[in-house]
Design a protein around this ligand. Sequence first.
Ligand code: 5GP
Length: 130
Amino acid sequence: MPVKGLGDYDTTNIFARILRQEIPSRRVFENEHAIAFHDIAPQAPVHILVIPRGPYISLADFTAKATDAEIAGFFRAVATVARDLHLEAPGYRILSNMGEHAGQEVPHLHVHLFGGRVMGPMLASSEESR
Ligand code: 5GP
């Protein structure tokens, strides 16, 4: 079910459990404010999820409550992962789903980082999408 609205942070969500290492993930990066790990169902040759360590549901939640250091640390993590995985030169895509219309499934802010092939159109096209 897509995430609806903001509400309270659900401490049992799957990414909270990954952060606490209650369930395994294939981490590729961590700093004081963020971790990055392989998506369990990759949609590109490289598909990494970057998440803040703090309990934030959405970008609105994050930018309202996080410190400047957390915000900088998170976005630096995204760029560092792309660079470390040698995606700067060929290019890559980042994407973040927010709420119901975007189909956000996990109620912990995350950025998808896709690479390793030409990404194609930015959005799936359909008559209904216009
Ligand atoms: P969303 O749809 O919320 O933007 O993306 C959630 C992402 O989390 C999906 O791409 C999904 O494959 C990934 N995901 C869901 N459960 C797990 C898990 O247990 N481990 C990992 N590594 N990724 C997960």
